[in-house]
Design a binder for this molecule. Structure first.
Ligand SMILES: [Zn+2]
Length: 175
């Protein structure tokens, strides 16, 4: 992680942050967890979005910063609940023409959701946190053998922010 200030020659902020790093990180965690807008889903004009960063609005999400800060301050590794995983996979449904999503009860625990179609093997969407490592190929093979379902790994970020990209990528990988 790099902390710098963008004033030519520097205004001393980066050094001041270094000297008070823990206090500032704790404050940042508090700010990151609490947007005044109740409907904020990760970035809005009350927290992150502004005129200067408008070109990357679709990429901004304060929850990613919260995960980094929780790891630094509380040694907590990022994780996703089964409900989160299902909700993320559900966001793909609109882009999965001819594929039917199975209910959470029919879905093996390795996946957020399973999609089925009449002439292809079922696909299991396995959401991972953007800060976690991707499972290795042998792990993916083992899941496939154990479930008979083709695992597809996508980050929660991609599933939430660009499900159409995920669907495109998924269909291209099946060809
Ligand atoms: Zn917000």
């Amino acid at each position: 992680m790099f902390i710098y200030d963008d004033v030519p020659g520097g205004a001393g902020y980066a050094r001041a942050i270094q000297d008070n790093l823990e206090e500032i990180a704790r404050l940042a965690l508090h700010v990151g967890k609490n947007c005044p807008n109740q409907d904020c889903s990760g970035a809005c004009y009350h927290c992150l979005l502004g005129y200067r960063n408008q070109q990357i609005h679709n990429l901004l999400d304060r929850r990613l910063a919260v995960s980094v800060l929780e790891y630094l301050l509380e040694n907590r590794c990022p994780s996703l609940s089964r409900q989160d995983a299902f909700n993320m996979a559900l966001g793909l449904e609109a882009y999965m023409r001819n594929w039917e999503i199975t209910g959470p009860d029919e879905c093996p625990e390795q996946f957020g959701a399973v999609f089925k179609t009449y002439n292809d093997s079922p696909i299991g969407i396995r959401p991972i946190h953007p800060l976690s490592t991707r499972p290795k190929l042998d792990v993916i093979d083992r899941i496939r053998e154990a479930t008979g379902i083709l695992p597809k790994i996508y980050t929660s970020f991609d599933l939430l922010r660009r499900p159409f990209w995920v669907a495109n990528h998924l269909f291209r990988s099946l060809r």
